[in-house]
Design a protein around this ligand. Sequence first.
Ligand code: 13P
Length: 249
Amino acid sequence: MKKKLIVGNWKMNGSLAANAALLQALKAGWPRGRGTAAVAVAVPSAYLAQAQAELAGSDIGVAAQDVSQHEVGAYTGELSAAMLQDFGVRFALVGHSERRQYHGETDAVVAMKAQAALAKGVTPIVCVGETLAEREAGQTEQVVKRQLAAVIHQVGPCVSELVVAYEPVWAIGTGKTATPEQAQAVHAVLRAQLAAASAKADGIALLYGGSMNAGNAEQLLAQADIDGGLVGGASLKAADFLTIIAAAR
Ligand code: 13P
């Protein structure tokens, strides 16, 4: 069976002291033995160095929450893929709905970010997902396919190196999780779209995100095309995040 991937997205939360406590608790509670899921935490950029230092030698990887589409230069406030590479960052979220919504990131920008990350050996976790209005209008499939198509088109043969996260916007931070069946249905659509672009689509990790928690992770992760989770709020509590990791074995 494919190894599952669990990524915690801390969003704009944390402090030096709180991060140290959380990471130490994760390391202390780390499940040993075969079949443990691959795990990473996406920390605010200010704390990448701290996370890298705390997690050195552990099985937990560091992820960034965003990356610039530009290589280098006069882009105030941005973080380049080369900088992430410098810090041993394994993954970068791209196109999170909060970036699309609050920072006006378009499908084209998201696609360029994915490509910029790949060019430096950082695996992009491409986030797609529909709003409640789009779901109610019956547009879910159309929206996620459009979002993913832009990235597939941009990265060409590197499609198999992507991680894709389906995060229905209406499920993020709302406590309203997609049912395992709803999530699986969209994941199957994404898998088919990836299969049309790459012979290696079966190996692409498709994560579910949106109010995944210690209570619902196991059922979601049992679905055929759900290869892991992108976890927001529950990743800030060591016990909950460890329970999700244990459910992903
Ligand atoms: P919540 O798990 O808090 O709903 O957040 C999901 C998310 O946006 C992860 O990227």
